[in-house]
Design a protein around this ligand. Structure first.
Ligand SMILES: *[C@@H]1O[C@H](CO)[C@@H](O)[C@H](O)[C@H]1NC(C)=O
Ligand SMILES: *[C@@H]1O[C@H](CO)[C@@H](O)[C@H](O)[C@H]1NC(C)=O
Ligand SMILES: *[C@@H]1O[C@H](CO)[C@@H](O)[C@H](O)[C@H]1NC(C)=O
Ligand SMILES: *[C@@H]1O[C@H](CO)[C@@H](O)[C@H](O)[C@H]1NC(C)=O
Ligand SMILES: *[C@@H]1O[C@H](CO)[C@@H](O)[C@H](O)[C@H]1NC(C)=O
Length: 110
């Protein structure tokens, strides 16, 4: 719980125009599916990626301001993550910036 609050303090400043606010759950499902493919998260970086937290507050996730809704930025640089990149990432159709560098992902980008 404390971690969640801290994450909220640090990352809750992201703009509030993500899909969750407007009831679009497509991007949310895509991200949760992507999280399923991650087998190692030693720093608990994806702790905030939970159903209990609106995804505009999830670590590394940013959304469009011009078109309220879809996720536009996914930045998971250097979080010691390992796992399989799932095809669901390809369902984030408005994604324009993706940084999975300095992790140990396997598989191909969709
Ligand atoms: C969210 O979207 C609304 C309507 O498109 C806009 O007026 C508002 O400034 C946006 N808020 C932020 C924080 O970008
Ligand atoms: C998300 O948006 C905020 C505010 O626009 C910005 O400060 C932050 O660097 C962005 N985060 C990412 C991962 O792009
Ligand atoms: C939800 O977002 C996705 C892309 O991120 C988009 O293709 C879809 O049309 C949106 N659905 C609704 C109901 O807005
Ligand atoms: C990656 O993270 C580790 C530990 O958090 C840090 O020591 C290292 O300097 C970072 N590397 C880069 C390239 O940011
Ligand atoms: C991606 O979107 C397609 C079409 O909406 C859907 O059939 C498929 O199940 C989605 N894939 C994942 C991994 O979420």
């Amino acid at each position: 719980m404390l971690v969640a609050v801290l994450l909220l303090l640090f990352y809750g400043v992201n703009d509030a125009n993500c899909s969750a606010v407007h009831g679009n759950t497509t991007d949310r499902h895509s991200l949760l599916d992507f999280k399923e493919g991650i087998t190692e998260d030693p720093t608990g970086a994806l702790y905030s990626w939970s159903d209990n937290i609106h995804y505009y507050m999830w670590l590394g996730v940013n959304c469009s301001t011009r078109h309220p809704g879809p996720i536009t930025v996914l930045d998971l640089y250097n979080l010691s993550l390992a796992g399989q990149i799932t095809p669901s990432l390809g369902n984030l159709t408005f994604l324009r910036s993706l940084d999975l560098g300095s992790n140990r992902f396997t598989g191909q980008l969709p």
